[in-house]
Design a protein around this ligand. Structure first.
Ligand code: 5RP
Length: 226
């Protein structure tokens, strides 16, 4: 395991230590969240936890949870006790950019119902302002996507449709993703309102005011940000 992977795992283990038996837990998506799901599975198998129910934020996390024997339920209106997920950027006030892994909409729809959203990451995800390193993923409807992109480009000119190969990337919801470059200076809440008001947009990777805390692992230890 590389040093960075070891750090991600360390952060995940710290977050899973918060989970108590009998809780309903939102299962995040991505390479860091995977370590949290694995740790939950390990604790269940070892009898260190019992009665856990996972609510998955993607098909991939659902498949992993099942493989590890973690009971899962689909999302319903009941609150989740907590959710554990990774992030692409973490600002000092715990505002986030998420969605480079493509699960932003299911993550947001799930995690908004969590009493506590716990973020896990390695130190490379820390930024002083959002947009410093990562683009902003924006999930858009497939129908009319070129028109939606044109509307977005009127105020976010730097972006592009996510297209890893010959075909565009398709989310678990059957939509496309526009990875928007962000301007040097912007108000995330104002920009979130403007993007979400654009016809054809499903949601954005801004997770503003949602995270309760973050465990951020660096070579000199895990920092807990609140
Ligand atoms: C998926 C996400 C991920 O949490 C985010 O991309 C971080 O992933 P990783 O832990 O692999 O760096 O938002 O939609």
């Amino acid at each position: 395991m590389s040093d960075l992977e070891a750090l991600k795992k360390e952060a995940a283990v710290r977050a899973v230590a918060l989970v108590q038996s009998g809780q309903r837990v939102g299962l995040g998506t991505g390479s860091t969240a995977k370590y949290a799901i694995e740790e939950l599975g390990r604790k269940l198998a070892a009898g260190e936890l019992s009665g856990i129910v996972g609510v998955s934020t993607s098909e991939a996390s659902e498949a992993l949870a099942r493989e590890l024997g973690i009971p899962t339920e689909s999302l319903d209106p009941r609150p989740l006790d907590l959710a554990i997920d990774g992030a692409d950027e973490i600002a000092p006030n715990l505002d986030l950019i998420k969605g480079l892994g493509g699960a932003l909409v299911r993550e947001k729809v799930t995690e908004v119902q969590a009493r506590r959203l716990i973020i896990i990451a390695d130190h490379t995800k820390l930024v002083t302002r959002l947009g410093e390193k990562a683009p902003l993923p924006v999930e858009i409807l497939r129908f009319g996507f070129l028109s939606t992109i044109e509307r977005l480009r009127e105020f976010l000119p730097g972006g592009r449709l996510r297209q890893p190969g010959a075909q565009p990337y398709v989310t678990d919801n059957g939509n496309y993703i526009y990875d928007a470059g962000l301007p040097a200076d912007f108000d995330p809440r104002e920009l979130e309102r403007r993007i979400k008001g654009t016809l054809g947009v499903v949601d954005t990777g801004f997770f503003l005011g949602m995270a309760e805390r973050a465990f951020v692992a660096a070579p000199d230890g895990v920092r807990e940000l609140i």
